[in-house]
Design a protein around this ligand. Structure first.
Ligand SMILES: Nc1ncnc2c1ncn2[C@@H]1O[C@H](COP(=O)(O)OP(=O)(O)OP(=O)(O)O)[C@@H](O)[C@H]1O
Length: 324
């Protein structure tokens, strides 16, 4: 079982330490300035720029500028999930009264925020992500996504529309269609949504594949791509309908260190500048990971254990890891 990091101990990467006096947080016009005592911050300076693929699919250095978060896009109150197992009377409680709200010590998720969910195996991370993504329904509690209340009255067609238009998903396994090229895989969600012409779909797919550094792999089948490249296609596909929220469940779980860094750098740039590389159109990211090394990419880390939030940490310095 993975241990929850002791935030009082210095972590060489994120240097979590309890501030002697709470400083006004630098993450923008959100509620972080009213920080409770479990907020941690780091003062160490890391990188002033990160690398991202430009319109031509070439890597360029982009300064890491201060981030302004927008309005609340994900909030929930007393969210619980219980599973009934066949042949057993007792219920498995996967999530118990989880709350992210203005009234709670755990804040709602704001537009443009990059939140990681960490914690021991079986703690409820995937359950939480699936509830946020409306893939699964809560046993009780209130959930609000993008200003819309999700409840038992929400119809399947409403929820699938919400997912297709506004929420992107990336999983540990890439789930690409084996007989389709990278380009065709990325086009699929646009075909399902049915809003763009064939030419527009193709152009957007090419732009997205360039955005993830695969402008020269458009016509490759998944079997001709490395694991890291396949995951980059899956990321491009998740962005096909320009979702406001991207949910990621262990997206680097099957990748080696080099591919992990490449994928995380891409996610970092998507978070900051959205699918089109536009600073004014960031994408909100919620990512489950077991890897403590990746915490440095997030604005906030929520720790989930036994179905409950137990702490949250704020990263005051954004770090883009680099490989040369
Ligand atoms: N479909 C299901 N039916 C029954 N129990 C389930 C189901 N899904 C999850 N659980 C249980 O709910 C609890 C939380 O599981 P969950 O997958 O959310 O944890 P996790 O933190 O994502 O774990 P991991 O890090 O191992 O992926 C576990 O006890 C798990 O066995």
């Amino acid at each position: 079982m993975e241990a929850i990091p002791d935030l009082s101990e210095d972590n060489p990467r994120t240097t979590h330490s309890r501030p002697k006096k709470h400083k006004k947080a630098k993450l923008g016009n959100n509620k972080f300035s009213q920080a409770p005592t479990n907020i941690v911050e780091t003062n160490e300076k890391y990188s002033e720029s990160y690398r991202a693929y430009n319109d031509e699919g070439k890597l360029e250095e982009i300064p890491i500028d201060m981030k302004e978060l927008g309005e609340t896009v994900i909030e929930f109150d007393n969210l619980s999930k219980e599973y009934k197992l066949e042949g057993r009377d007792d219920l498995v409680v996967a999530l118990r009264s989880a709350t992210l709200s203005d009234e709670s010590e755990f804040y709602p998720i704001k537009r443009g925020e990059f939140v990681m969910i960490r914690g021991p195996s079986g703690g409820g991370k995937t359950t939480l992500l699936n509830l946020i993504g409306t893939i699964d329904t809560p046993s009780s509690g209130n959930l609000n996504i993008l200003g819309t209340e999700i409840d038992s009255k929400s119809t399947d067609s409403f929820l699938s529309d919400l997912r297709l238009s506004h929420v992107g998903f990336v999983f540990q396994t890439f789930n690409l269609l084996a007989t389709m090229t990278a380009l065709e895989n990325v086009e699929l969600p646009m075909i399902l949504l049915g809003k763009l012409s064939a030419k527009e779909r193709k152009n957007r797919s090419i732009a997205l594949l360039k955005r993830v550094g695969l402008g020269d792999r458009l016509h490759h089948l998944p079997s001709d791509l490395s694991g890291g490249e396949q995951q980059r296609v899956a990321i491009a596909r998740s962005l096909a309908n320009e979702p406001e929220i991207l949910l990621l469940d262990e997206p680097t779980g099957d990748l080696d260190t080099r591919s992990t860094v490449e994928v995380m750098d891409i996610l970092f740039s998507i978070n900051r500048r959205g699918p089109k590389g536009d600073k004014n159109n960031p994408t909100t990211l919620v990512m489950v990971t077991h890897n403590p090394e990746l915490e440095c990419y997030a604005d906030r880390i929520l720790y989930v254990q036994d179905g409950e939030f137990i702490k949250q940490a704020l990263n005051m310095v954004q770090l883009a890891l680099k490989i040369d």
